[in-house]
Structures are given as structure tokens and as C-alpha cells.
Design a protein around this ligand. Structure first.
Ligand code: SF4
Length: 207
């Protein structure tokens, strides 16, 4: 890996796309709290390491928790499951706890894995899948040029955010914050009120 590039973890793409502040709290402040969602997710990943992954392709060799990296992009991480098909196809599969549903953050994480595997094995990787443990269904993800470009852009943005050591302001997104395991640490509502008060102070003619 180039010494100039601070490594970015492939999982950081998922966190960053969910909430920039969450990504910064985890990777700059080393804050991580489990909630129901993350606990299920962790249990799922632990189970993947022990179980026989059902490949759709006969004769596929399956690797679990495969260390992956890209020197070009300065990426490191692990692939939950990587299938190596008899015809030479490499097919990454990321396990998620929830039911089958499209989440751009999952697609970015999987595409980052594919970019790593392409560089490691010198072969093009056209698609992979998110395996949704709750519904036991796969959702195929095609690595289009748009998704690849968005992935590379996200890596650059994360690196810039981490290098500046800046923790962004909280999201204004009740649904995401409600499901976020860092809500108690982050205090998005309290900080939002504080910001509002400060803004009101700025416009108070008596001050
Ligand atoms: S609570 Fe909301 S703003 Fe805070 S880290 Fe989580 S998603 Fe982001």
C-alpha cells in the first residue's frame, strides 16, 4: 500500500454513507456502542464464520472472513464470504441482518470489496450479493461504472474527513438516529437544540 495513503476500512464506507458523523465517531474517536441492530449484525457475522455458506454455483470454493486490500485506493478490510467459481468468477457476498431491502450503504461496502478483490486477483468482478439473514434471500448487486465511481469518491471523502480530524454535525434524520447505536454518545437532539440557541443568540439585538 502506498505510504502516502492512510488506510480506510471497507466497513467505513457503510458507516459514512449512513451518517458522516457516525463514521467519524467510530474511526476518529474510537466510539462504538452496540444496540439491537448491531448486536444482531455481529452475531450474524460470527455465524457466517462458522457455517456453510450456500453458494448458488456448484463446485464453488468458499472463503470466509478473507483479508482484502487495495494499494491503489488505500483500502483494507475483510470479505464476509468470497465465492470462487469453477469458471474463474470471483463473487463477494456480504451478510446483513435485516430483511431484503436496497441500502446504498451496503452496496458501497460490497463494491469496495470487489475493487479490492479485482486488484488482488487481477480479474474483473462484475457482480456480488448482499445476503439478508432475516429473509434468507440474496440481493444481487451489479458493479456498474456509476457505483464504482461513487465508491472511489466515498473513499476519498472519508480519507479527507479523517485527515481533517473533524467530527461532522449530527444528521437531521429521526429514523436513522433512532436506529443508530451511537445515539446516546452523539446526542443529536441536544446538539441540534444547542445549535438553534446559538443561531438565535447571533440575531439577538440585545446581545
Ligand atoms: S445518532 Fe444520528 S447523527 Fe448521531 S451518529 Fe447516529 S445517525 Fe449520526
Amino acid at each position: 500500500m502506498s505510504d502516502d495513503l492512510e488506510p480506510v476500512n471497507v466497513s467505513a464506507l457503510n458507516q459514512y454513507a449512513y451518517c458522516h458523523r457516525r463514521c467519524a465517531l467510530i474511526y476518529l474517536e474510537n466510539e462504538f456502542e452496540d444496540n439491537r441492530h448491531t448486536a444482531y449484525g455481529n452475531a450474524e457475522h460470527a455465524r457466517v464464520d462458522q457455517m456453510a455458506h450456500p453458494s448458488n454455483r456448484e463446485g464453488a470454493r468458499v472463503e470466509y472472513a478473507l483479508p482484502i486490500w487495495s494499494d491503489r485506493l488505500g483500502l483494507i478490510g475483510k470479505g464476509d464470504v468470497v465465492e470462487f467459481w469453477p469458471d474463474g468468477t470471483i463473487y463477494p457476498v456480504e451478510y446483513k441482518h435485516g430483511a431484503k431491502k436496497q441500502h446504498d450503504n451496503d452496496d458501497l461496502q460490497l463494491a469496495a470489496q470487489a475493487l479490492c478483490l479485482e486488484e488482488m486477483f487481477g480479474r474483473p468482478i462484475r457482480q456480488g450479493a448482499i445476503f439478508h439473514a432475516k429473509s434468507k434471500r440474496r440481493r444481487e448487486v451489479v458493479f456498474t461504472s456509476q457505483l464504482r465511481a461513487a465508491t472511489e469518491q466515498t473513499v476519498a471523502s472519508i480519507r479527507q474527513m479523517l485527515a481533517s480530524r473533524t467530527v461532522p454535525q449530527p444528521l437531521n434524520n429521526e429514523t436513522r438516529c433512532r436506529e443508530c447505536s451511537l445515539i446516546d454518545l452523539c446526542q443529536p437532539v441536544a446538539l441540534g437544540k444547542l445549535r438553534l440557541l446559538r443561531r438565535e443568540d447571533l440575531f439577538d439585538p440585545n446581545r
